[in-house]
Design a protein around this ligand. Structure first.
Ligand SMILES: [Zn+2]
Ligand SMILES: [Zn+2]
Length: 188
């Protein structure tokens, strides 16, 4: 029994349940037929259902990291989207494209709509730099980084007498960058 293979023609995977291999069994669970392969539309519909379930868990201030893969997950309006992109769309009713969906919480797999914000691809790299996610592109060496080391020292000196929002506006960066600067040592 243990070394049986899947009962379906041309399938050599080991038998797991109902005489089928794990893949064919999963197809049967999802579609009632082991030979039915999920179409792109079905995959998208299933993804949207799952994301709506996650959205229903909000509002919370905690990260909603459900282990979603970061690669594009579904094709909507002719374009592959990742989970955080679709989540923004569901939460706000607006397609964020061509803007990028960025994370305030520095957890790229988090899907809490409260932790997501929009930015340009340039903001995206600047944000990563500010968060120290690109170890070799910190500080003044990165052409996208607008802040000089002197700016960073000034921001640290002036906060909290001046608000992070005011400082972010004055130095032309995201408030998240200012937050990171005053709360951790990534920027030297
Ligand atoms: Zn099989
Ligand atoms: Zn989060």
């Amino acid at each position: 029994m243990a070394d049986r293979t899947c009962a379906l023609p041309n399938c050599t995977r080991p038998s797991r349940a109902r005489t089928w291999c794990a893949m064919h069994y999963q197809r049967w669970q999802r579609h009632g037929d082991p030979m039915v392969k999920e179409s792109a539309d079905q995959h998208t519909a299933r993804t949207l259902r799952r994301l709506r379930e996650i959205l229903a868990m909000a509002p919370t201030d905690a990260c909603l990291d459900l282990g979603t893969r970061r690669r594009p997950i579904s094709k909507l309006l002719g374009r592959y989207r990742n989970a955080s992109h679709v989540m923004w769309w569901l939460a706000h009713g607006v397609d964020p494209h061509p803007l990028h969906v960025l994370h305030r919480c520095d957890n790229g797999r988090c899907l809490n709509p409260r932790h997501l914000f929009l930015g340009t691809p340039r903001d995206n790299s600047r944000d990563m730099v500010a968060k120290g996610r690109h170890p070799d592109q910190r500080g003044e060496r990165n052409p996208n980084a607008k802040l000089t080391a002197a700016d960073v020292r000034a921001i640290r000196r002036r906060w909290p007498r001046e608000s992070q929002v005011a400082l972010a506006r004055e130095f032309g960066v995201w408030k998240t960058a200012v937050h990171k600067i005053v709360h951790d040592e990534k920027w030297q």
